[in-house]
Write a protein that binds this ligand. Structure first.
Ligand SMILES: Cc1cc2nc3c(=O)[nH]c(=O)nc-3n(C[C@H](O)[C@H](O)[C@H](O)COP(=O)(O)OP(=O)(O)OC[C@H]3O[C@@H](n4cnc5c(N)ncnc54)[C@H](O)[C@@H]3O)c2cc1C
Ligand SMILES: *[C@@H]1O[C@H](CO)[C@@H](O)[C@H](O)[C@H]1NC(C)=O
Ligand SMILES: *[C@@H]1O[C@H](CO)[C@@H](O)[C@H](O)[C@H]1NC(C)=O
Length: 520
């Protein structure tokens, strides 16, 4: 067995021990699906492409794929499965772009709803002059949303680092990037959702209408319904960005500056940071669209044997860069102990789509479709120094297998009513260990990366770091209960309300189907 499949196998075993049998539905069930009157269609062969994801470590074969032609196709399918009742083993997973890490968008023996097939539904921009928004299909890629809104000189405010992800997929998690310190995560920038619940009902929801479902679905890990449309806040789009990288040799000044900058007035438009451990040629990684203007300065960005910290910033401008020079130097006067600094000017789209530029290069080298044992943590500010001291240079001796992101956000921008789980502190850091594992054994293997990830997680538990995982790959309800803490009751109540048979998003492994006491 491939080592990458071992974890997945253990999972199946766990499900089996938990008394859940994972049988493939019988022919009658499948033909009843085939008999539904739809705008799109089901396919039953060639389902293996839906048993893959970006994580590349888990592969669960579905029984059928719905190529939905309309929202009512999705509603009819969910309703059909709902009416089969609790004894049917059928589950349904919406699949955005399949960029999950551990099978979250898969459904063993179930139905995959291919959300991208809804892209034909239009993306509509509404510009009333005061609070413009875009109304986008749930399966739309963010890059396409951006292209459409730019036609009106507008763009969404809050992003992820990578735009080839779907609207419904990131809104089911949180959607965090370097704009979140100011605008909050993507889930804080939504006006309205259209959702197909686990009962097959199509509901419109917003802070004013069906608000419980609205907040449940945001960060809801696909547990309460399938997001078929979203209205997302827009702002005027800049033409250009000045993209700046600033290097530090000590963690304290790096984080002190990050925190100062996210608090400052008229500050940068994007603030992230990353950690470079004993790495040669760091510019030669998957974030390579950054092309420094000064190669001598750039050579400082290597880190043989050292731990360095790189603050990454952007300032938007339109055509005349002189607009922003004064502002940038004023902000830099706040900063301490900068080792070196480099910058480049790119268009707004080039900046936002930067990871895709690297994807194209990695694909060409066969290094994109490899296992990705990623670990994403939200670490409170009060323990981030303790965390850094143990992890950077001690548990982790290099960062050659992928970038390590680290940047602070302010909790006040995160709506407490959503399902997103965050640490209980005003400022917390997003820390992402984005490893690739191209090798079958040794350094660069899944086993090696998982061993390090486990050490980090264990340290956090022992040292009471108070961290929460983002995109958490938990496999038991016990773990999920601990993750949600005091919020578990609300999460569970909402599940009973909107998906009482636990049909939806089984790959999150929170509620095994038919394990819920009946409350119909
Ligand atoms: C290269 C890369 C960079 C990334 N960078 C960031 C980042 O900067 N910030 C960040 O926050 N995340 C980031 N992510 C993680 C990303 O948010 C997740 O991969 C997420 O799962 C979105 O991917 P997707 O649209 O393909 O959804 P999928 O992986 O297909 O689905 C994710 C989950 O949501 C469910 N789902 C999908 N569509 C819907 C829908 N319409 N309605 C309800 N449930 C649905 C699925 O069943 C599944 O459980 C990154 C991922 C990659 C691969
Ligand atoms: C966080 O945001 C709140 C509300 O805007 C603000 O009062 C506070 O100063 C911010 N904290 C930091 C450390 O930036
Ligand atoms: C840096 O990495 C090299 C091999 O890549 C290793 O030999 C060396 O010990 C590492 N240095 C530190 C300080 O970890």
């Amino acid at each position: 067995m491939k080592p990458s499949l071992v974890h997945c196998f253990k999972l199946l075993l766990l499900l089996a021990l938990g008394g859940v049998t994972m049988h493939v539905p019988d022919a009658d069930v499948l033909s009843s699906l085939g008999a539904l009157r739809l705008d799109g269609h089901f396919s039953f062969h060639d389902v293996s492409a839906m048993a893959r994801d970006f994580g590349n470590r888990c592969s669960l074969l579905p029984a059928a794929v719905l190529h939905s032609g309309s929202v009512s196709d999705i509603a009819a399918t969910v309703k059909h499965v709902f009416l089969m009742g609790e004894r049917s083993p059928l589950t349904i997973a919406a699949r955005g772009h399949g960029h999950s890490l551990m099978g979250q968008s898969q459904a063993a023996g179930g139905i995959i709803v291919k959300m991208e097939s809804l892209q034909g539904e239009r993306t509509k921009v509404h510009d009333d002059g005061t609070s413009p928004f875009v109304d986008a299909p749930g399966g739309e890629l963010w890059i396409n949303v951006l292209r459409e809104t730019l036609k009106y000189g507008l763009a969404p405010k809050s992003w992820t680092d990578y735009l080839h992800l779907t609207v419904g997929g990131t809104l089911s998690n949180a959607g965090v990037s370097g704009q979140a310190f100011r605008h909050g995560p993507q889930v804080s920038n939504v006006h309205q959702l259209e959702i197909v619940t686990g009962r097959g009902d199509v509901l419109t929801c917003s802070p004013e209408e069906n608000s419980d479902l609205f907040y449940a679905a945001l960060g809801g890990l696909g547990q309460f319904g399938i997001i078929t449309r979203a209205k997302i806040a827009l702002e005027p789009a800049p033409k250009m960005v000045r993209w700046i990288r600033v290097l530090y040799s000590d963690f304290a000044s790096f984080t002190e500056d990050q925190e100062k900058l996210i608090m400052a007035e008229n500050t940068f438009d994007y603030i992230e940071g990353f950690v470079i451990i004993n790495r040669t040629g760091i510019l030669n990684n998957w974030r390579t669209s950054f092309k420094p203007q000064d190669p001598v300065q750039a050579s400082h960005f290597q880190s043989d044997g050292r731990v360095l910290y790189c603050l990454e910033l952007t300032m938007n401008f339109n055509t005349d860069e002189a607009d922003i020079m004064e502002q940038v130097s004023q902000l830099f006067s706040l900063c301490i102990k900068i080792l070196t600094c480099d910058l480049t000017d790119v268009t707004y789209v080039e900046f936002l789509d930067r990871v895709h530029t690297s994807e194209v290069k990695l694909r060409a080298q066969g290094l994109w479709e490899v296992p990705h044992p990623w670990l994403n943590l939200l670490v409170p500010r009060s323990t981030i120094h303790k965390f850094a001291k143990e992890v950077f240079g001690k548990i982790l001796k290099d960062s050659n297998n992928g970038p390590i992101l680290l940047y602070p956000v302010n909790r006040s921008k995160w709506d407490k009513r959503t399902s997103v789980v965050i640490p209980d502190e005003e400022i917390f850091y997003l820390v992402g260990f984005l490893s690739s594992a191209p090798a079958l054994s040794g350094h660069g293997s899944v086993e090696h990366a998982m061993n390090l990830n486990n050490q980090i997680v264990e340290f956090c538990e022992e040292a009471d770091i108070g961290m929460k995982q983002y995109l958490a790959p938990y496999t038991t309800q016990q773990q999920w209960k601990a993750h949600f803490g005091a919020r578990w009751e609300t999460f569970e109540r909402r599940k009973h309300t909107y998906d009482p048979l636990a049909i939806l998003a089984p790959g999150q492994r929170i509620f095994p189907k038919a394990s819920l006491p009946l409350s119909l």
